[in-house]
Design a protein. Structure first.
Length: 400
């Protein structure tokens, strides 16, 4: 049976799994009650994943705001012991995307869901949502989206049930470790361009080949310019890693870093670099560019999808693009009629050259980036969502 299942197309397996788990998963109460007991944040809190980071950021932001809350790591095989102490009428905000959400609810059990408002805090990177997301709609009262870009896709799926709740990054900013450039083996007299991504997040979507192409077009083999490719989850995606190695073969000024660094060290690495480059094809939020901005780094980024909501010409370098049909060899980031962006490599190369040759502009742009990120990625969206579902917010925060 296992061999027959594996022989099916990946897209078909995902759809059947989503439908099957949705059929047996517990459903929320028909009418959501006010979440007067606060919030329970659920997600892969212990994992180095985008959704796990989003859950940790919300947990930290709620702590900073003084909002009653608790957290549960849904990736554990056994329910978190703290689940027994969930306050009555606390909303359950699950950072678990729709295809996996019914299975998560099965693991939590019907008893923990009764009387709660169930919210799916979902991330998606295309303007069209695939069919495998549909079955989970019956298991949430509403959807929180990290950006207007993503919310538009969800609104077509669940009209009137979508709120835009960007991660409150300014309330839970990146905190670097004390490590400096020397600790990472980066030369002091070289302009370092950082491209950071996880291979688990789709090689095609993150589009590191475009970043390599733009860097090589900008600088050739110049030894005073260095491209650092920080790659996560490479051990699980050997074919993608091989593509990267082939793309940088023979380049003396491109370095590949595949070590899994502690979070604080990763932020220190970002701070140690001069420019952050993200020529993504699409982002549902754009955590790497956003955190780089909060660390005062100038960011060169594709001018499409969710990053445009916090990065513009006043605080970064947006790069032009053309829209093309979304095609993901893994079959994850695909949906009928979906498109994503191919960044303009020539324009990106020009932007890199201009920034590399102007240290003063890099400093000024980094300062503008930090100020913009603090202003645009504060807690306003989260506070508005909490108030809308009846979560009590302490008076000092409400007055602020």
């Amino acid at each position: 049976m296992h061999r027959l299942w594996q022989a099916l197309p990946a897209r078909q397996r995902r759809l059947w799994l989503a439908r099957g788990t949705a059929w047996v998963a517990p459903r929320p109460d028909p009418l959501p009650l006010p979440a007067c007991g606060g919030v329970v944040v659920g997600g892969e809190i212990g994992r180095a994943s985008g959704l796990g980071e989003a859950a940790r950021i919300m947990d930290q932001a709620l702590q900073r705001l003084g909002v009653p809350h608790s957290a549960i790591d849904t990736a554990r095989r056994r329910p978190d012991a703290r689940a027994a102490g969930w306050p009555d009428r606390a909303a359950l905000v699950l950072h678990v995307n729709a295809p996996q959400l019914p299975a998560t609810l099965i693991g939590l059990g019907r008893g923990r869901l009764s009387g709660r408002r169930i919210i799916g805090n979902w991330y998606w990177e295309l303007p069209v949502v695939p069919t495998s997301w549909h079955p989970a709609l019956a298991h949430v009262h509403e959807i929180w989206a990290p950006s207007r870009f993503t919310a538009m896709a969800f609104e077509a799926l669940a009209p009137g049930r979508v709120r835009v709740v960007p991660p409150a990054l300014a309330l839970a900013p990146p905190v670097p470790s004390p490590l400096d450039r020397q600790a990472f083996g980066l030369p002091a007299d070289v302009v370092v361009v950082l491209t950071s991504f996880s291979l688990a997040s789709s090689f095609a979507r993150k589009n590191p080949i475009a970043a390599i192409g733009a860097f090589r077009k900008a600088f050739g083999d110049r030894r005073d310019r260095l491209l650092l490719l920080k790659v996560g989850n490479s051990e699980h995606h050997g074919n993608d890693l091989l593509l990267l190695q082939e793309a940088i073969a023979g380049a003396p000024n491109i370095r590949l870093e595949t070590r899994m660094l502690p979070e604080a060290d990763m932020h220190a690495l970002t701070r140690a670099c001069d420019i952050v480059l993200s020529l993504h094809r699409s982002e549902g939020f754009g955590l790497v560019p956003a955190q780089a901005m909060l660390l005062g780094r100038p960011v060169v980024s594709t001018d499409w999808s969710a990053t445009t909501e916090f990065l513009d010409e006043s605080c970064g370098v947006p790069i032009g693009y053309r829209l093309v049909p979304a095609a993901d060899p893994r079959g994850v980031f695909e949906a009928p009629g979906a498109v994503w962006a191919d960044a303009d490599i020539d324009q990106a190369a020009q932007a890199l050259r201009a920034l590399a040759d102007a240290p003063g502009r890099r400093i000024a742009l980094g300062q503008a980036a930090e100020a913009a990120a603090r202003a645009r990625l504060g807690g306003a969206g989260l506070l508005a969502a909490l108030a809308a579902i009846g979560v009590p917010v302490p008076d000092p925060v409400a007055r602020a």
